[in-house]
Design a binder for this molecule. Sequence first.
Ligand SMILES: *Cc1c(COP(=O)(O)O)cnc(C)c1O
Length: 369
Amino acid sequence: MVSVIPITKVECPEEDIDGVVEVLRSGMLAQGAVVERFEELCREMTGARHAVAVNSGTTALVVSLEALQLAPGDEVVTSPFTFAATLNAILEAGAVARFADVRTDDFGIDPSLLDGVTSERTRVIMPVHLYGQAADMDPIAATAERLGAAIVEDAAQAHGATYRDRPVGTWGLAAFSFYATKNLQAGEGGVVTTDDDALAERMRILRNQGMRARYEYVVPGHNYRLTDLAAAVAVPQFARMSSLVAARRRNAEVYADQLAGIDGLELPATLPGRGHVWHQYTVRVTDEARRTRDEVVAALSERGIGAGVYYPSAVYDYDCYRDHPLVRIDGGCPVAEELGRTVLSLPIHQHLSEGDLAEVVAGVREILA
Ligand SMILES: *Cc1c(COP(=O)(O)O)cnc(C)c1O
């Protein structure tokens, strides 16, 4: 069955194509002036002093951790309710992964649970700004400061999100993704933003084979570079970011208004002091609902409405992680596991028409009300 209202829609406006073709004609396809322009736009988006472009959001997380030069046994505490990339990056950096369970209001780390999973071995706290809403950064940052730990924000889904009017991306190191379905996209791409001069310099070196100046290798590095070709896809989108966010906010308001009051359907909220950019509009189908979450997904897709499950389980809840020597599950994270059974994301993107929204609302009401 063809999805009539897809959960995400990637559109490249005609005027954006010229910039990409220009790169093709220039003969300079790899990292160059367009990547520099992309980095400048990422600095403007976050207010950070530095932006280091890399080839994916996952790479941005990995190079952030590498720049912090963790030692064996050092621990990174993150959210159990996230995309696998968050955990994969920690393991690739050779650190121990531990989890502080999440809250159901912002889907981010519950700061009150950090004490139970942090210690003098905690070198990094890695909050995830899930679905486009910032995690509760004040208490998370206070805990990090007390421990002398760094913060690496997983901001893959949160371009332009704010916390007390401060854009995400400046609490330490922050990784953004420009994967095709993110709010801003380059097909594949990523960036790390930071105010720290030394860490930014180290990431630029790690990105380029560990080379400080031509053939001057100072550390074994990697090829993490972004291409001008990909950067050219993303560059024109920054100017449209505020209208994209405004459209997503309007769509969220329609759902908040028209999906309220259905038994067993918990709607997402923007918490006070947060600027939500609505990467996803994620509801919870609880036990009080007439149908299970999986039944709702199936019934929506029969109606041609794309519904996504992000994510179907806690991130550690797969054999390859459960039995991994660097993954510490401790007592488990019951809230994340429960969310895995109940969450469901409805289409929220900026290309939805009023008719599309009405169809989604009618579909959900028919299935659950
Ligand atoms: C998409 C995503 C990533 C990884 O980004 P890629 O660009 O796909 O490598 C990491 N964390 C979260 C929460 C994501 O949604």
